[in-house]
Design a protein around this ligand. Structure first.
Ligand SMILES: Cc1cc2nc3c(=O)[nH]c(=O)nc-3n(C[C@H](O)[C@H](O)[C@H](O)COP(=O)(O)OP(=O)(O)OC[C@H]3O[C@@H](n4cnc5c(N)ncnc54)[C@H](O)[C@@H]3O)c2cc1C
Length: 372
């Protein structure tokens, strides 16, 4: 089969690794001049590590990553609301780790960077009965049996092919950065304020990945300089948060969005990764879901008894329920955080958390027990 992979993010790179020794002829394109390395930290829950184990990267990742064993939910003052262990079944099947995003990208790029055709993107797609004729920005054209869109949440391929490609704007602005913090001895801690939250997630014994967000329906806070915005938003938080913001160097800011459509493929174009299920990082499922897509798809592609249509339908059948649950649940966790806007809402939110435990751990338990 002639296959085009679009986008060299975590989804595209992982898929290329899985298919590089197959009988398929693969072209791999990336719009940017190089694979994007810039990023703060990345948290990999147990199901993401299970995916990396199947891809053969687990040991290499563990050399660069930090394992965490508990999750704490706290008030903005750092008073504990609830905590949960990550060492109990069904979570203990794999370690929960975090590392610098650049380190993960370097691991995935090793030995295949020269296979990515950079500065190349699709200008148009023409669908025939069994193939897709693709035109590129360098004026070349090629016919493919399958186009796999791994071009992220703002997927241009999705926009070109699907009728309802819109994204849901969650009206949440966020900031990400890493700081040095020698011997911090910390576990992942989520500090819940009003309609804002701040996370500390250790990525080594001396380094923390920090993430902050606030409900920002007008987008006015997003427009501010990142450090000024954070100083304002988190001014009522514990001193450890103020210190982290003070020590931040490179801050990446963003606005949370979620893929609305539940379309998985059309003609011979299939979506994977964030192009299919981009959503807020409440459950840190971006990588885990992308790897599950890759493993499901590569297994189907390696089964020569499948026609392309059978393969596409099987992929949809195997993936849609689980990814829909992750999108809906991730959006729900965002709404729960926003409840804190009012005093009553805060009381309700904090009571729910005290009784039922950290929301993300609840979600991970479901995912790891394969209930969905
Ligand atoms: C604030 C935030 C925090 C997150 N934290 C976590 C976390 O802790 N853990 C976790 O698992 N996930 C997290 N995620 C999600 C995670 O980053 C993604 O799910 C994961 O990187 C997989 O993305 P991807 O490869 O599908 O897309 P991307 O990483 O977006 O890669 C897409 C690639 O396609 C390229 N591209 C774009 N358009 C085109 C085009 N037209 N033609 C060719 N190439 C193109 C891009 O340049 C890029 O290289 C977070 C997301 C956000 C927004």
């Amino acid at each position: 089969m002639k296959i085009l992979i679009v986008g060299s993010g975590i989804a595209g790179l992982s898929l290329f690794h899985k298919l590089k020794h197959s009988q398929h002829e693969i072209d791999f394109i990336e719009k940017a001049p190089s694979t994007r390395l810039q990023g703060a930290g990345i948290c990999l829950p147990a199901n993401a590590m299970a995916g990396f184990e199947s891809l053969g990267f687990k040991d290499e990742i563990l050399k660069h990553a930090h394992q965490v064993t508990e999750v704490h939910f706290e008030k903005a003052s750092r008073k504990l609301l609830s905590k949960a262990s990550l060492l109990e079944a069904p979570l203990n099947q794999q370690p929960f780790v975090a590392l610098e995003r650049d380190n993960l990208m370097h691991i995935l790029l090793k030995d295949i960077e020269n296979k990515v055709q950079y500065n190349k993107f699709i200008t148009s797609l023409q669908h025939n009965d069994n193939t897709c004729l693709v035109s590129f920005n360098n004026n070349s054209q090629k016919e493919y049996d399958l186009v796999i869109a791994a071009d992220g949440i703002n997927s241009d391929t999705r926009n070109k092919v699907f009728d309802t490609p819109d994204l849901l704007d969650l009206n949440v602005s966020n900031w990400r950065f890493c700081i040095d913090y020698p011997n911090h001895n910390m576990q992942p801690s989520y500090l819940l304020g009003e309609n804002d939250l701040f996370m500390f997630y250790p990525i080594s014994k001396d380094k923390l990945y920090c993430y902050g967000q606030i409900s920002d329906p007008t987008g006015d806070i997003f427009k501010l300089d990142a450090k000024q915005a954070m100083e304002k938003v988190f001014s009522g938080y514990d001193q450890s948060v103020q210190n982290a913001i003070y020590n931040a160097n490179t801050v990446i800011k963003g606005q949370l969005k979620s893929v609305k459509s539940r379309e998985v493929f059309k003609h011979k174009v299939l979506l994977i990764g964030d192009a299919l299920h981009g959503c807020p990082p409440s459950l840190q499922q971006g990588v885990g879901m992308a790897l599950e897509d890759v493993l499901t798809l590569s297994e189907l592609l390696n089964d020569s008894n499948n026609t392309t249509n059978q393969m596409l339908n099987s992929f949809k059948e195997k993936r849609l329920t689980r990814i829909s649950w992750v999108i809906d649940e991730s959006n729900k966790v965002i709404k729960l955080a926003e409840l804190g806007k009012t005093l009553f809402g805060r009381l309700l939110r904090n009571t729910v958390i005290r009784i039922s435990g950290p929301q993300n751990v609840k979600g991970w338990r479901k995912l790891m027990s394969e209930e969905i």
